[in-house]
Design a protein around this ligand. Sequence first.
Ligand SMILES: Nc1ncnc2c1ncn2[C@@H]1O[C@H](COP(=O)(O)OP(=O)(O)O)[C@@H](O)[C@H]1O
Ligand SMILES: CC(C)(COP(=O)(O)O)[C@@H](O)C(=O)NCCC(=O)O
Ligand SMILES: [K+]
Length: 267
Amino acid sequence: METPVRSTTLALDLGNSFAKAAVFVGGALAGPIVRFEYPNWEVADGLVTNHGVENIVYSSVANVPPRELMDKWTKAQRRVISLQAGNPLPFPSRYATPETLGQDRIAAVLGCLASFPPNTAPATTPTPARDSGAKLIVDAGTCVTTDLLDGTGTHLGGNISPGVRMRLRAMHEFTAKLPEPEPAAVEGAVGSTTVSALRHGAQLGLVYELEGLYFRLLPAHPGLELVLTGGDGEWLAEKLSVPCSLRPDLVLRGLLQLTSIYVRNES
Ligand SMILES: Nc1ncnc2c1ncn2[C@@H]1O[C@H](COP(=O)(O)OP(=O)(O)O)[C@@H](O)[C@H]1O
Ligand SMILES: CC(C)(COP(=O)(O)O)[C@@H](O)C(=O)NCCC(=O)O
Ligand SMILES: [K+]
């Protein structure tokens, strides 16, 4: 993987519900991950000014930063970097429509490859006894995306599934009588009220879906581990009973990798 550029970079992950922003100095986070709603772009602009940011890199599946803001940054000699549709993916992938793979998913794969470098050394024992080093990225936001990386770092594909709020809202919208509860802590295996039944179905349903996918993939990918990110990553990490690590900065770190690739290609 790339060595992060020795400069100050603002990474912006523009999702369907929220924007997430973080400043990196070299390869290290210079502060917390900041979550903001649209169109509060002044939050991002404030980070750029306060940290003397040199590079701004973003992925977007929703709103791009407004043209005026990008013009302002460019005029102030800041480098603005984004993924361009139609460019080859920056990793090997079997996705048959790479041109429509979400930019957040591309960045998450880059972040995963940087956080868990693939083992390209030849196998010393025959598979499948060996830990394959495979990772299943789970980005639990508006939608839940999964992306499977084998031990060599090849992206094998993944799934798109409704996020927790979308599940709860859909049951409210598509029925006459169901309420729309807020997501909350769920205990036990079955609900005992309408609200807890909805939460169990929506929230634990997602847990079981991910555990089911893990066990479905495990025989072909021994040692598989889930790598969780996104707004619902934290409680999922607590509930899941399969191997997983929580990486809230996965997409942002992937964007930092993209900056390194871009800067290297520029020079
Ligand atoms: N403080 C919070 N405010 C709003 N949503 C939150 C918060 N913490 C967790 N969530 C959950 O995070 C989800 C959004 O996650 P996020 O990764 O930001 O989505 P996206 O990338 O699609 O914008 C919401 O659907 C909600 O379930
Ligand atoms: C699936 C998504 C909507 C997820 O976005 P999010 O839930 O993070 O806002 C986004 O990754 C997207 O628009 N993907 C394009 C389709 C694809 O990845 O194949
Ligand atoms: K997502």
